[in-house]
Ligand binder design. Structure first.
Ligand SMILES: *Cc1c(COP(=O)(O)O)cnc(C)c1O
Length: 347
């Protein structure tokens, strides 16, 4: 049976969280002498001398309307990276607990584990880039706290079969984190509507990809109220700056524009796929549910360097297991995609 309390580290169970000045004070006031801010102002806009809302309620309310998830079920991190790291710090005892990843996949699950001195167990994807349920099951023991699933997966670009994800959710008593960084480009439905069904589910999303705001650093975790409370207890008090909160609030009003960009990128992805397939150096373009393509080419290292020389940088994934000979190519603008294809044609 899944019991959050049993998964938590002892130090986190006992933790008395930092109480900021703005946490302590509730009510109406117009003189704020509680937080040692600079009362005279700042060189910038008047607001920036004040600490931001530690729980980002306005942003969460706006996200709630877009995502159909209550604000209390949302955690906002300084990028998905922070949403990932906090789970290790809250749930994984260094040198005792372990997590399972499904490589090839996003690198941060492993880097963050190493930083936190937590063992990583690997259940490689099958040849068709799907979860290997048998291998996952074989790796689980009483110290397994988290299974990381990336869907659509980076760098393979495909979505995991939903039925497989559900099998993991139904049979594993630890946390199942589904990273949906690319969900807006996918044919698959998000899992965020299933939070009430699965108390062990954490869904990660980000504003870095479809929303086009990688520079602002805003990642989201959607989960049960109990899990979100742990996130809030462990996070740095003011992890999202006032500037980010204000800019994101403005951007979240532009769902129409973002949906247009998503539509355009998905259609450009199809064109790019077709054009790549017409090149003799391209052996395979894997199906993509993301804003990039995994492309098997005749000589990945040579082509990678050739493109670099031409001023075009792609990601060389040829040393990654199951991605031998592959480049990962982000969908660019029409002009950039055309330049890529003409350059490759001359190789
Ligand atoms: C790009 C990406 C992210 C986004 O990370 P941020 O820290 O939010 O920018 C998360 N997960 C995966 C799999 C990604 O590829």
């Amino acid at each position: 049976m899944f019991q959050l309390e049993n998964l938590l580290r002892e130090n986190i169970k006992k933790l008395v969280p930092y109480s900021s000045a703005r946490d302590d004070f509730k009510g109406e006031a117009n003189v704020f002498l509680d937080a040692n801010e600079n009362s005279l102002g700042s060189p910038l806009t008047k607001w920036y001398n004040r600490y931001p809302d530690p729980l980002q309620w306005k942003v969460k309310e706006a996200l709630s309307k877009i995502k159909g998830v209550a604000p209390q079920n949302i955690f906002i991190g300084n990028g998905s990276d922070e949403c990932i790291d906090i789970l290790y710090r809250a749930f994984c005892d260094p040198r005792k607990d372990n997590v399972i990843i499904n490589p090839p996949t996003y690198g941060m699950y492993e880097v963050s584990a190493h930083i936190n001195d937590v063992e990583v167990r690997r259940a490689s994807l099958t040849k068709d880039f799907q979860l290997n349920l048998e291998n996952i099951e074989g790796l689980i023991d009483e110290h397994t706290k988290i299974i990381w699933i990336c869907s659509p997966n980076n760098p393979t670009a495909n979505s995991m079969n939903r039925a497989d994800i559900e099998i993991v959710l139904n049979n594993f008593d630890g946390l199942v984190v589904v990273d949906e960084a690319y969900i807006n480009f996918s044919r698959q439905r998000s899992l965020i509507q299933e939070l009430s069904e699965y108390p062990n589910l954490v869904v990660l999303q980000t504003l870095s990809k479809a929303w086009g705001m990688a520079g602002l650093r805003l990642g989201m975790a959607f989960a049960s109220v109990d899990i979100i409370e742990i996130y809030n207890k462990v996070k740095p008090p003011y992890n999202i700056s006032q500037a980010t909160q204000e800019l994101v609030l403005r951007a979240l009003e532009e769902t129409g524009q973002v949906n247009e960009m998503i539509k355009a990128l998905v259609s450009m992805r199809a064109d790019l796929e077709k054009n790549l397939q017409s090149l003799s150096i391209v052996e395979e373009v894997y199906p993509s549910d993301a804003n990039f393509l995994l492309v098997k080419v005749s000589d990945a290292n040579k082509i990678y360097n050739y493109l670099l020389n031409a001023g075009i940088v792609v990601r060389n994934r040829s040393k990654v297991e199951l991605c031998e000979g592959c480049l990962r190519i982000t969908v660019g603008t029409e002009k950039e995609n055309k330049e890529l294809i003409t350059t490759l044609r001359k190789f």
